[in-house]
Design a protein around this ligand. Structure first.
Ligand code: 16G
Length: 241
């Protein structure tokens, strides 16, 4: 419930109330929540205030709207730990989900300048550019563009990258992966990303760039990933030293 005397804004209190009811399973995934009119009567506030609360929860990925139908409870976001260098296929397996990919691009090209530098290649060296949409249980989660040194993996083919790249590198090529440096930033979906990820244009995206090296220190990939922010949250434990 809401407290009209509280210094907290009404829309915020409504957001917290609805979130609590979702946590308590009063509203479950895919359930339709009461209409704006009903909520404004229950909370004794204007419909504008209710709309503000709902819009915030939609933007947060807690609820989603279906035109002409109503507002529904979204699936809980996937929690992706930031410790551990894992592959998309492994991440999905851990959750009991099935990973699959749609291959958009597989080409050998001379490395763009920034990639040459990041992969410590000689100027003019070739790389594979691999673009994949990554699915969890047939639902699009991320779009990924990998740049891999072509000289390191001369036999890489389209069939292989439809499966797990890390599995190929470690199991088939017997090259243990060592570590990665990763950067995460907030962006919004352009038209192309929105279509591939099946989300509205301008939706929030978590953009990640990963630079990975083999156990012997050789850089082998630069990857740019765009994860759906309505489906993903990144979590980490931090320690006070
Ligand atoms: C993850 C990695 C990506 C890696 C891919 C390999 C992030 C942000 N990115 O998506 O860098 O290339 O896994 O996945 O986690 P695969 O072995 O399933 O092909």
């Amino acid at each position: 419930m809401v407290d009209k005397k509280s210094p907290l804004p009404m829309y915020y209190q409504i957001e917290e109330d609805l979130k609590q009811r979702i946590t308590n399973q009063e509203f479950k995934t895919s359930d339709m929540i009461p209409s704006e009119r009903e909520l404004s009567e229950t909370f004794e506030v204007s419909r504008m205030t209710v709309r503000q609360a709902i819009t915030n929860l939609v933007n947060e990925g807690v609820l989603y709207r279906v035109k002409g139908k109503g507002t529904f409870v979204a699936e809980e976001k996937i929690e992706q730990p930031l410790q551990g260098l894992t592959s998309f296929t492994e991440d999905m397996k851990t959750r009991g989900m099935e990973a699959s990919s749609k291959l958009l691009t597989f080409e050998k090209m001379s490395a763009p300048l920034d990639i040459t530098r990041k992969l410590q290649l000689n100027e003019g060296a070739e790389v594979y550019k691999i673009q994949r949409v990554r699915f969890a249980d047939q639902k699009p989660m991320a779009v990924e563009t990998n740049f891999l040194s072509a000289a390191m993996f001369p036999e890489l083919d389209e069939q292989t990258v439809l499966g797990s790249l890390y599995n190929y590198i470690e199991k088939t090529q017997k090259q243990p992966i060592g570590k990665a440096h990763q950067m995460i930033e907030a962006t919004i979906a352009d038209e192309n990303q929105a279509e591939l990820l099946d989300i509205p244009v301008d939706s929030a995206i978590l953009s990640i760039e990963r630079h990975s090296t083999l156990a012997d220190g050789t850089p082998f990939e630069v990857v740019r990933s765009s994860y759906r922010a309505d489906r993903y949250k990144f979590i980490s434990d931090i320690y006070r030293t």
